[in-house]
Design a protein around this ligand. Sequence first.
Ligand code: ADP
Length: 519
Amino acid sequence: MKPEAEQKKQRKISDPRALVNRIHMRWHIFAYFLGFCAFLLLLLWLLQIVYLDAFYRQIKTDQIARIASTLDDNIDNRDLPDLIVRMAQSNDVCITVAQVHTVNRFLLGVDVLEKADILGNCVIHHMPDDEYYRFYELAEKNGGSYSLLFSRQWFANDEYQSDRFIGRVPEADQGLSSSLIYVKLVENDAGDTIMLLLNSNISPVDSTREALRVQLIYITLILVFVALLLSLLISRHLASPIASINKSAAKLAREDFSGGFADGGYLEISELASTLNYVSAELSRADKLQQELVANISHDLRTPLTMIGGYAEAMRDIPGENNKENIQLIIDETARLTSLVNNVLDLSKLNAGIVNNKPCSFDLNADLAATAENYNRLLAHEGYQIHYTPGPPCPVYADQSQISQVTGNLLNNALTYTGPDKQVTLRLEQQAGQARVSVIDNGPGISPEQLADIWKRYYRVSESHRRSARGSGLGLSIVKKLVELNHGDCGVSSQVGQGSVFWYSLPLAQPPAEEGNGK
Ligand code: ADP
């Protein structure tokens, strides 16, 4: 036994899922938060540090292309010079508008029409004329526009070389801005080719990037701390109702039904609590019933056993007592004991689902007629009478002995509870593909509050009826189980003082096939 338990424990430890199940909820939540933070930080890192330059350049290029397109739209406007100056100032760009003289796309000359030189150190206003030709050709080849980004290092002409120093020294091209030149060829209303030249400086973003990097380190630390705090708070909020439910469940496991399951403050926990409260109530009821059963059954067993013992002793010791009546009494009491024990056994088998159901087609009418006749023969001397008017054949498909047991249980109850006239009626009707059997008595009836409970195991309305010693409160639950097993239904209608009608119904058997009839 011991090594097996040891092995089980070992298996549990090596199983990663079992290991995960042993981790406290707060660490699960913390891990999720950390994952989320890591994702967020990675995104920020990529966008703000790694691709910052590329973004900035792209934004500048888009901006300068937009300015060129606005100028193109207004190329014939009288007030174009004003627009050029205003756009140059508000966007920090230098602008040159030049007319291009060409023959067969061969550039002959360039006349600068307008210019706005606001940067002071731009390239387009300080370049030799040859460059116009170069930019014209590049734009011409590129479908009418061209953009060029280059480091101002090319123009800085200094001798700084970073590899001559040690430590974290600036790279040769670091700290110097880049320059973005945008060329666009447009045509005015007169058909002249106009070259728009725009130049903007792209400042280095290294210092910004460094500031963001430091900020990100702080943000990371703050986020980890907040994630830890939040996971503790959330786990406490989530886990405390679960822990309280767990405590109550442990109590329930010890068969302590006092104290219910507390509501958790959110839907899922409330639902779990109400389900467990229901389970607890049912378990408590079952426990109570079980205790009652032990009391009932021991009482039910003791009464006939005492009688059998008493009569047997009297027959042994008292002359003349060894007579036929006393022997019959012992036989009757033994029969009662047997029926009680059989009922308990039947119900436990039915509940365990180990009852063999052997359905076959049989005539329920004939079965009921025979049952009524047997009962009448046996009970005639006690004055009881069962009225049954046989009708047409009524074929049903069910387990015949189980259905006989159902009829027997209902008849026994009706005979036990019927009024002083000792009359019971048995009736069979066929309707809507169903055979319906009713057992009618004119006894005290059952109150509406008790009607729902009589089908429960070990339930007995009261101990005061005439043949109560016979009842164990099992008969009707056996009836219900057997009828359900045979795909039928059962029920009762009763009113206090007006007798009861207990009924069950079974599906009618399919009529035999045509060819079978012909034979
Ligand atoms: P029991 O063996 O005690 O009769 P049952 O399960 O057969 O157990 O019946 C449960 C309870 O239903 C009975 O104790 C009785 O109070 C009530 N009952 C059953 N049949 C009738 C009836 N025909 N008239 C009045 N009460 C009945």
